[in-house]
Design a protein around this ligand. Structure first.
Ligand SMILES: [Zn+2]
Ligand SMILES: [Zn+2]
Ligand SMILES: [Zn+2]
Ligand SMILES: [Zn+2]
Ligand SMILES: [Zn+2]
Ligand SMILES: [Zn+2]
Ligand SMILES: [Zn+2]
Length: 1755
């Protein structure tokens, strides 16, 4: 880089470099007109430095600018070289106690829920970690950029405003000192001068609007003729549109266009063409033409003169320079602030700051963010000027907001966004309210932007187009500002504040007035509405205002005077709204039970009704405050209580509630979904606090002020039920006359709804002020009712509770009191469960239940009661008393009309056949009776001497009805109903009522002198209940027994099913003993030592194996000659064991896989779900899948979770992803093993024989290689080579397998080759057998690692699928040579053999340091039969296996000794050297001789032996698994259980001496020469001389990277990460590879690369190098784990980070602190180690089809 820059520097005009800062500054110091001098300098140099070429070169430009332009200014400012000047300034400065760090995009920010004044107060990570808040309840978010750290701001924090670092800087003296005292007069004067000139220059040039002209004092004499075509950013056109257009307009490549578009998006503008005016104009017109359409404006393009662009670039540079200079000194900062806010010559709004703000929307993104940053680091960091700036901001507020609303840039790029920094400072907000009347300004500005009104002056949102929605969204930010202003409540009130607040309140009422009654609706009868009316806008407005309305009430509650005034104002406005309340309406008179009332005739179902009544609701809220603050009792004379007309107050809320009831009754079906949605939101947690809840309060207010009989009659009338209850026998007539079932149903629902409303009016007294409760009681009750439905996770619960303006629900403070927390397991979430003692507070008719919730809660609570063997009645809970203002409300329960309604309904129920009635209706009546009894009981219990209990419900219900009905008393009817067979469900409740009735009677009697004996009825009742109870118990017992029997049967069946379909029950393979079958647990030969290989191999009796095809369900025996049975299998490349991730197969065509490097860098893994099919059944299934997919793809062009073209399919039984099949085979060695009829050779002899045989083969091979030779000639020549005895190279063994098995052997072999090497299938390729052996070896190695890591025994119980897979894979690999070319396999054997026993024909084979010995062993053993089959000398296959195994083991020991780390831990072993130690020491000395003493000095024997033993263990374990599966010898029982090392057992099983070194001694003759040949390799020498590395043993298992415990440190790490491709830009989606720890810039154009001809994102590209196509990532911003496989497969997985409530936070929405959950992380690691990631993706995609549609490759 440096040299390149130097080259460029040479190209720079010499004159530029010769500039001397000192000289220029000196000239300026002398100047009389400094401004002119500086401008001349700039006019001359700026165009020479900036914009010299079509492509900007910021690095170079900035360097030269610093040298030529800025350095003189710095010199001027300091009076010396800034290198010395600035540090001096910095030293003299007293550092600020404000942090003020401006946040980068994606940087973590922290807020304290306990101490932050509002949620916008945040800390940077450093400050947070050094603050007291880290131990509080904090919330973590990632910054969207902009905004700064509030550390040190005493107004932002209730406690702990400083972190440790900034605490040191707090001034000891309280008052602010003037920072200028630290500067000398000279510096002050000079900085004032230079700041003024440069700030002025920057503002002038940036706000300059002419395109090809410069301000006069900057015009140059010689003007070039270069122009730029400048493209500007907008938020309307998409990336793709811009890229496409640019390619067309300026003729660039797609890559260049992407570059342009990225810069435009980031900086807000970019020149896309450079040249003469005409040339640029041409590009401009093409772009404009191509991007304009009827709906959208074209992209903004300007043709600008190059010198203007140059000056603008420097202007931006100047602003950031100013920002950095003031960082040295608070004094300089203050001077800059002064300069910025100084009023210019043009008076108002002419200061530099004003000018910038007012042209904000005209500036491009880059310019805006530069000057916003300057404002933040200057004006907002200086407490004095912050205030002055706030005033300027408030004065310009209306203009700035209007600019913002018409601008299209996101809010974070607008100056309007600074409101959050200003308005949330309580002292500033208060100052702006009183001095600038800010509240009123905001509200009025807001109203100005909502101009559409209907004839009554209400808002109208008809024709709500996308554009309007966009604008409306922008307007809403004003509400946010209002919220900021109100968020901190005043602690004391001045008269000014009162006055200005009330003025604001007036404006606010004006706003609400425009909403009162908006969007009115009329019931549609006959046909369905044609067009859904617009409703969303109105509700959005309501939703956004909800908190503001609540906050207005909070403010009012703080001051009695304000409250009284506000109440009056609100009432006045409400009367204005409904001035014409009775106009034109005919008054009518209603009467029931001798009561009568006058009202108007109004039917909700026929006239207009609106759901929006914010004025009424605000009044309701204020009314409650009157009660809560006791203002109502203290100053009744000041309140307009006499003006209140209860019927007027209740009218509109009642209409709204009736509307809901009618909608529920299905009367408004023809009005479409918009109405349904409105009703939904009306009750929803987001709105209800200021909608539904307040309507209930308003009715409560009304009822408490009027005769309850009157209220009930009006209510009946509004519900359109008056007729039914006012006319005796109307019901009977009604149901017999009206045959229309719908209407009957409708009326029933309306009656139910009305009763429900009465229940709510009496029962809902948990708002402080309505009932005698506090806020805690309210929230407790909410939680109790939520948890009555079901146990809930923390986040679920939070969602169901209303949040206040600080996003708090208040839940944490009470949750402990009402619920238990249950921790989460490995999956799932932590749950809160209701404490049993809270169940008694359950109210079935809780007003915030939805219908569905209500019935769920009812069911859950009844179930709970049954479990506790209680009766199932759900009586109303005991309620807190009403506040005095609402106290008379309870009388509604004992009012005559109420009793009449109850009696009527009970009557219907008694004569149940004659009437239309419903059980719900009855249930509600019973509930109401219950409530009344509870009320009376409480009154009696709390009665004091002087008070008479006026609540006499029990007396009233004991009296029979009056004439003309003469109906029985309510009590009598209840007694009748108690025995009604059709009311079984309600019996418990009726019984409860009767019991309570008696209890009350006793209470009353206890005060009277003569207690009456218990009535007969009660005794009767009691005994009958006992009988009932016994009967129920007996029935329950019978039921229990039956259930148990069924359960037993079920579990038996289930066990079978689980055994057969294990995979269905475990998606990942759990190596748990409980869930798996025990392997080979039938001890065939228990007493003997078991030997897995060699001549002494334990002979196992032949076991016949029968399997069932999952497709045709036929059973078949596995035999050599029968049709093939296959296992579904999935082959994949793997780097899980890789020790070198930089290595991958570069050129598969040329890659030779014969020798596996010990770094295991590119393996092939085979897995299976273990499901068995006939080969032909599978073939048929696969063909049909293929055909189906082809049809589907043509038709729908959809992706699937599997790629048929690549041979993928889903297992037909378990849907596990598979891409081939493995044939099931019997142990193949048995087939080829001939009888031993001679003495078996020892290792030395055997090696000699094999070497001879190899020589013979090679000689023959050469012979064959020459043309014109025939086989006959060969046989003639044989004698010449002196063929070893019994060796018959012309012998061709017969393949014993059936055709079908042969075919499957080829199929799987080809698949392994195809996947492992990523080549087109070619069954003739000589590498096919090698790949098969390799996959077998690799799969065994990976299992061995997993078992070791988990400390599981080697032969412990394995899941069937794994056991089956390994057995089949090993046997397949062993049989594969029979379908390959004999000479090819022989060739492989010779080459492999030569790596250990060198021959003349194989020159450059890898040295033993570079061979993985287990792969070598598997290759040799499995290739050996190809040679042995031609050997008729009597040497058995088993002997060969044994010798091969011993030979490889010896080589491995030498490998270990060479690579073992000789560093000692200094600890000497005391015990005398054993046999092993001395043997290994001797061997080591031999080795030293062979290597020419290059080996370091001799370590102690015990140390060597320990290294060998530890190093060789994995190899021995793999070998044991391999021979076990190959030969089918059962494993020794000792090795089936975990325990200490089984080294001896392992050696025995493998037919090895447990002193391994004795192998060398036994075969002394050959040992020495072998060791010599191995050590003479040049690579060994290089290694010993330290010139190269080698793998050391034992290889450590690969793990996923370590993750930090605290998630925020990951966020911080990622926020410092910038895109590696676009020079220092912050990455938008930083993503961490969990395998290697690389951070990637994902999901972004900048980092796309080409892979196999397709554009892929950084993650996909990374998977190809790091994980052979499979990757595990953590998306840091989203806190989400991403699995990727290939280009098309992927899924999200739950992250291993949990909050304290045991929940994950995908998307980081809640911001609770997150901590690493080790168990979950281990689970992910296990998925990876077990190669199950692809399978997991498959299952996820099958379960969720939307995952299939995601473009995973672009991530
Ligand atoms: Zn900070
Ligand atoms: Zn701090
Ligand atoms: Zn705190
Ligand atoms: Zn079959
Ligand atoms: Zn399966
Ligand atoms: Zn990686
Ligand atoms: Zn990037």
């Amino acid at each position: 880089m440096a040299s390149e820059l130097e080259l460029e520097m040479q190209a720079i005009d010499r004159s530029l470099l010769e500039c001397s800062a000192e000289e220029i500054a000196g000239k300026w110091l002398q100047a009389t007109d400094l401004t002119r001098e500086v401008y001349q300098h700039l006019a001359h140099y700026v165009p020479k430095i900036y914009c010299r070429s079509p492509n900007p070169c910021p690095q170079k430009e900035d360097m030269v600018a610093q040298h030529v332009l800025l350095a003189p200014m710095e010199w001027y400012l300091c009076g010396e070289d800034s290198e010395f000047g600035f540090p001096k300034l910095q030293q003299a400065n007293k550092p600020s106690h404000l942090c003020g760090r401006v946040f980068k995009v994606g940087e973590p920010t922290y807020s304290c829920r306990d101490c932050a004044v509002d949620p916008t107060c945040v800390l940077c990570m450093d400050c947070f970690l050094g603050s007291i808040h880290r131990d509080h309840r904090y919330r973590m978010t990632t910054s969207g950029g902009g905004g700064f750290c509030d550390c040190g701001d005493t107004e932002a924090w209730k406690e702990g405003p400083y972190c440790q670092k900034h605490e040191l800087n707090t001034p000891e003296i309280e008052e602010e000192e003037d920072p200028l005292v630290h500067l000398s007069e000279d510096v002050i004067a000079r900085s004032y001068n230079i700041f003024t000139i440069m700030f002025q220059y920057a503002v002038e040039i940036l706000t300059w609007e002419k395109e090809s002209e410069l301000p006069a004092d900057l015009e140059m004499v010689e003007k070039s003729d270069t122009y730029y075509c400048m493209l500007f950013n907008d938020e309307v056109h998409t990336y793709e549109q811009v890229i496409y257009t640019l390619q067309k307009a300026v003729n660039c490549t797609q890559k260049e266009a992407i570059g342009f578009a990225t810069t435009v998006d980031r900086d807000g503008r970019r020149s896309v063409r450079c040249g003469d005016f005409q040339y640029c104009e041409q590009a401009k017109s093409i772009i404009v033409r191509n991007t304009s359409s009827r709906q959208t404006k074209p992209l903004k393009v300007q043709v600008m003169h190059s010198s203007l662009v140059a000056h603008q670039s420097f202007g931006l540079k100047v602003l950031s320079w100013l920002g950095s200079v003031i960082g040295y000194s608070d004094g300089l900062r203050r001077i800059l602030c002064q300069v910025g806010l100084q009023e210019g010559p043009d008076g108002e709004n002419s200061s530099l700051v004003d000018r910038l703000m007012l042209s904000d929307s005209k500036l491009w993104k880059g310019a805006r963010s530069v000057y916003h940053q300057l404002f933040m680091s200057s004006l907002l960091m200086d407490l004095k000027y912050k205030k002055l700036f706030a005033v300027r901001f408030a004065k310009n507020y209306e203009r700035l907001q209007s600019d913002y609303v018409t601008d299209d840039h996101d809010r974070e790029f607008s100056i309007a966004d600074l409101s959050v920094q200003i308005f949330t400072v309580p002292s500033l907000a208060r100052m702006l309210i009183t001095e600038e009347n800010l509240m009123t300004i905001i509200i009025k500005t807001f109203m100005d932007h909502l101009r559409h009104r209907d004839t009554q002056g209400r808002f109208q949102f008809e024709r709500y187009t996308a554009l309007q929605a966009f604008k409306f969204r922008r307007v809403q930010s004003l509400i946010l500002d209002l919220k900021y202003v109100l968020i901190s409540k005043p602690t004391e009130w001045s008269d000014d504040l009162r006055e200005k607040f009330l003025e604001g309140f007036d404006a606010f009422l004006e706003l609400l007035k425009c909403m009162q009654g908006m969007d009115p609706i009329t019931r549609q009868v006959g046909q369905h509405i044609e067009m859904e009316p617009e409703w969303e806008a109105a509700f959005t407005l309501q939703m956004k205002l909800t908190h503001v309305i609540s906050m207005m009430q909070d403010w009012c509650a703080l001051d009695e005077k304000v409250l009284i005034e506000a109440y009056k104002k609100c009432l006045t406005v409400l009367m204005q709204c409904h001035g014409g309340f009775t106009d034109g309406e005919q008054p009518i008179t209603l009467s029931i039970c001798g009561h009568s009332v006058e009202t108007i005739r109004y039917c909700v179902s026929q006239e207009k009704v609106s759901i929006h009544l914010p004025v009424s609701r605000l009044l309701a809220g204020l009314h409650v405050l009157l009660s809560k603050s006791e203002v109502a009792y203290k100053f009744p004379e000041l309140l307009p209580l006499s003006e209140l007309s209860p019927p007027m107050l209740i009218e509109h809320p009642l209409r709204c509630l009736v509307l809901c009831a009618q909608v529920h009754a299905g009367m408004w079906r023809r009005n479409g979904f918009s109405l349904v949605n409105q009703i939904y939101y009306y009750h929803n947690v987001k709105c209800r606090r200021e909608m539904f809840d307040k309507d209930i309060v308003m009715l409560q207010t009304g009822v408490s002020m009027m005769d309850p009989n009157h209220f009930l009659m009006i209510m009946l009338s509004r519900f359109e039920l008056y007729q039914i209850f006012s006319t005796p026998d109307y019901g009977k007539r009604f149901s017999s006359e009206i045959t229309h079932k719908d209407v009957v149903q409708q009326n029933n629902t309306l009656i139910e709804e009305m009763l429900y409303l009465i229940i709510m009016l009496v029962g809902e007294r948990f708002s402080p002020g309505v009932g005698q409760v506090n806020a805690t009681d309210d929230i407790k009750r909410e939680i109790i009712h939520q948890l009555s439905i079901k146990p809930m996770a923390h986040s679920e619960l939070v969602k169901s509770l209303p949040e206040d303006e600080n996003k708090e629900t208040g839940m944490e403070s009470v949750i402990e009191a009402v619920a238990h927390f249950k921790k989460p397991g490995l999956t799932g979430r932590g749950m809160y469960e209701l404490k049993p003692e809270c169940a008694k507070e359950f109210n079935l008719y809780f007003y915030h239940f939805s219908r569905a919730e209500q019935s769920k809660a009812e069911e859950a609570q009844r179930k709970l009661k049954r479990q506790n063997r209680e009766d199932t009645a759900l009586p109303p809970p005991v309620l807190p008393p009403f506040c005095p203002l609402f106290a008379s409300l309870v009388n509604i329960l004992q009012s005559d009309v109420m009793l009449c309604i109850m009696r009527t309904i009970l009557q219907w129920a008694v004569e149940h056949n004659g009437y239309a009635w419903s059980e719900s209706m009855l249930q509600r009546v019973l509930h109401l009776i219950g409530m009344a009894l509870q009320e009376e009981k409480q009154h009696l219990e709390n009665v004091t001497e002087e008070h008479v209990v006026t609540f006499t419900f029990t007396q009233k219900i004991s009296k029979p009805g009056e004439a003309p009905n003469n109906s029985p008393s309510i009590l009598a009817m209840l007694e009748t109903l108690q025995n009604a067979p059709y009311l079984e469900v309600h019996k418990d409740m009726i019984r409860w009522i009767l019991k309570t009735f008696n209890a009350i009677k006793k209470l009353r009697e206890s005060s009277s002198p003569s207690p009456v004996a218990e009535t007969e009825g009660t005794i009767m009742e009691e005994s009958s209940r006992d009988k009932d109870k016994a009967e129920r118990k007996r029935k329950a017992e019978i039921a229990r027994l039956r259930r148990e029997k069924i359960m037993a049967q079920m579990s038996e069946m289930q066990r079978h099913f689980i055994d057969e379909n294990k995979e269905l029950f475990q998606q990942t393979l759990e190596l748990d003993a409980s869930a798996s079958a025990v392997l080979d647990n039938s001890p065939v030969v228990s007493d003997k030592t078991l030997t897995a290989l060699g001549p002494a191999q334990t002979q196992v009796p032949e076991q016949r194996q029968f399997v069932t095809c999952i497709l045709c369900q036929e059973e078949q025996e596995v035999k050599v000659e029968s049709k093939a049975m296959v296992l579904a299998a999935f082959v994949q490349r793997s780097t899980v064991l890789s020790k070198d991730r930089s290595k991958f197969i570069q050129d598969p065509e040329k890659y030779d896989p014969l020798f596996m490097h010990p770094d295991l860098s590119c393996g092939t893994h085979t897995g299976s779900c273990g499901h068995i099919m006939h080969a032909h059944c599978w073939q048929r299934y696969f063909d049909s899948v293929q055909a189906k997919e082809q049809r589907r793809q043509q038709r729908l062009r959809l992706h699937t979770s599997y790629d048929v073209e690549n041979g993928e399919f889903l297992c037909p039984l378990c849907e596990c992803l598979s891409n081939t099949v493995i044939p099931l085979l019997l142990p193949p060695r048995k087939i080829f093993n001939r009888l031993n009829f001679s003495d078996q050779p020892n290792l030395t002899q055997w090696i000699r024989t094999i070497s001879q045989q190899i020589k013979a083969l090679q000689a023959l091979g050469k012979e064959e290689g020459t043309p014109h030779t025939t086989s006959s000639k060969n046989s003639e020549n044989m004698d010449e080579f002196q063929l070893p005895e019994g060796f018959r190279p012309d012998f061709r063994p017969k393949n014993p397998y059936s055709e079908s098995i042969k075919e499957m052997l080829k199929t799987f072999g080809t698949a392994t080759y195809k996947v492992g090497l990523k080549l087109h299938p070619n069954e003739e390729d000589p590498r096919v057998p090698v790949m098969c052996w390799g996959s077998c070896a690799y799969t065994i190695q990976s299992l061995e690692r997993i078992l070791s890591d988990e400390d599981k025994p080697l032969f412990g119980p394995l899941p069937c699928r794994l056991d089956d897979c390994l057995r089949s894979l090993t046997r397949f690999a062993a049989a594969h040579w029979t379908v390959a070319s004999l000479s090819v396999v022989q060739g492989h054997f010779c080459k492999l053999f030569a790596s250990l026993v060198p021959d003349d024909n194989h020159g450059d084979l890898p040295c033993i340091l570079d061979i993985d010995m287990f792969h070598l062993l598997v290759g040799l053993v499995l290739a050996f039969p190809a040679l042995q089959c031609q050997d008729f000398s009597g040497t058995s296959l088993g002997t060969g296996d044994l010798h091969i195994f011993r030979l490889v083991t010896m080589a491995h020991i030498i490998q270990l000794l060479l690579t073992s780390c000789t560093e000692e831990n200094g600890m000497d072993e005391e015990s005398p050297a054993g046999e092993e130690e001395s043997a290994v020491l001797a061997l080591y000395k031999t080795l030293q001789q062979c290597t020419g003493s290059a080996l370091k000095e001799v370590p102690p024997g015990w140390h060597l032996w320990r290294n060998v033993r530890a190093g060789i263990l994995p190899f021995l374990k793999c070998s044991a698994l391999f021979f076990h599966y190959l030969n089918g010898v059962p494993s020794p029982p000792e090795m089936q259980v975990s325990g200490a090392s089984h080294f001896e057992h392992l050696c025995n099983y493998l037919s090895l001496p447990s002193n391994l070194v004795s192998l060398f001694q036994e075969n002394n003759e050959i040992t020495k020469s072998l060791i010599e040949s191995w050590c003479h390799n040049i690579e060994v020498k290089r290694y010993l001389e330290g010139e190269r590395d080698a793998i050391s043993y034992p290889r450590e298992s690969n793990k996923l990277i370590d993750l930090p415990e605290d998630y925020s440190s990951l966020i911080n790490q990622a926020s410092n990460f910038s895109c590696p491709k676009s020079g220092g830009d912050k990455s938008r989606a930083p993503t961490l590879c969990l395998v290697c720890g690389t951070l990637l810039c994902s999901q972004s154009y900048c980092c796309q690369t080409e892979l196999e001809g397709e554009d892929v994102g950084a993650c996909t590209a990374h998977t190809y190098s790091c994980g052979s196509g499979v990757g595990i990532f953590l998306r840091v911003r989203e806190c989400q784990v991403l699995f990727l496989a290939g280009k098309t497969k992927g899924c999200f997985y739950s992250p291993p980070y949990l909050d304290d409530y045991g929940e994950t936070d995908q998307g980081l929405r809640r911001g609770n602190p997150l901590h690493l959950c080790q168990e979950r992380f281990k689970k992910i690691q296990k998925l990876w180690q077990q190669h199950s990631v692809t399978e997991e993706i498959g299952h996820a995609q099958e379960a969720n089809q939307t995952l299939v549609g995601i473009d995973w490759q672009h991530l």
